[in-house]
Design a protein around this ligand. Structure first.
Ligand code: NI
Length: 259
């Protein structure tokens, strides 16, 4: 059995000290695939480090995009760097991009601009997007549905999805994949349990979003790709699925969704 972590910030400073150990534990846990995220819009961009990690580890792939937190830095310069990354063979997805009205680290106007520009870019380059939507599902859905009707919505993944099954259905209808993080293992996961149970098997992914969001029983610690197995095990249990078979399906989904 092998697992794929569909969203990991391995180039984060929080792995700078002990990345070889993190990678060794990952292999031991049979987490052999990884989408490594990078953000050329960050105040301290991590794309060079992320690319180095991807190149050194077979089975790893790169995703590049300007996060809504960093949308305030969006402009010609960052767009140029992003385009260069997206042109690399290692880079298979544009993300994470979206709207975050929980933290509001960037003005909403700027978040909407960076989001729209990057959705257009994904269409232009025929690449999937990884979406980060937090406390902005109403607006994100409106934008996406309008684009969907006009044939202007790129394909993609709802990363770290933590909404209700009603919300998930809307994204599934638009062809999106649902990626579940450690949140599904939390005691207060209630509404997410139905999402884990009801999402069609061929549209489901699992991720860590490490170093954040560590699943139970690691909650409160730094998260790492090896821990995706706890999320996977919880999802398999909720679905009453055969773990071997589910692992294989999720592996194929992750590759297909990020291609
Ligand atoms: Ni993330």
């Amino acid at each position: 059995m092998k697992l794929f972590d569909s969203h990991a910030h391995l180039a984060s400073e929080r792995f700078a000290e002990d990345l070889p150990d993190v990678l060794a534990r990952m292999r031991e846990a049979n987490v052999l695939g990884c989408m490594v995220m990078c953000d050329p819009g960050d105040d301290e961009p991590d794309h060079e480090r992320a690319l180095e990690i991807v190149r050194q580890n077979p089975g790893f792939r790169l995703a590049a995009g300007v996060h809504p937190h960093n949308a305030r830095n969006w402009g010609e310069e960052r767009e140029k760097t992003l385009r260069a990354l997206l042109a690399l063979p290692e880079c298979t997805s544009l993300g994470e991009i979206g709207l975050d009205y929980h933290y509001d680290f960037s003005p909403r106007e700027k978040q909407r601009e960076a989001f729209a520009r990057q959705l257009d870019m994904a269409l232009e380059l025929d690449m999937p997007v990884q979406l980060h939507i937090r406390e902005a599902h109403g607006e994100a859905m409106a934008i996406m549905q309008e684009r969907h009707k006009a044939g202007r919505l790129p394909r993609g993944i709802m990363h770290c999805f933590s909404g209700s099954w009603e919300t998930a259905k809307v994204y599934l209808k638009m062809g999106y994949y649902i990626s579940l993080s450690g949140v599904v293992t939390f005691k207060n996961a209630n509404k997410l349990l139905d999402v884990a149970r009801n999402t069609p098997a061929d549209r489901l992914l699992v991720e860590t979003d490490c170093p954040y969001m560590a699943p139970v029983p690691m909650r409160g610690n730094r998260n790492e790709p090896a821990f995706v197995r706890y999320t996977f095990e919880r999802v398999a249990e909720l679905r009453g699925a055969d773990p071997e078979q589910l692992a294989e399906t999720l592996w194929e989904n992750t590759i297909r969704a990020n291609s």
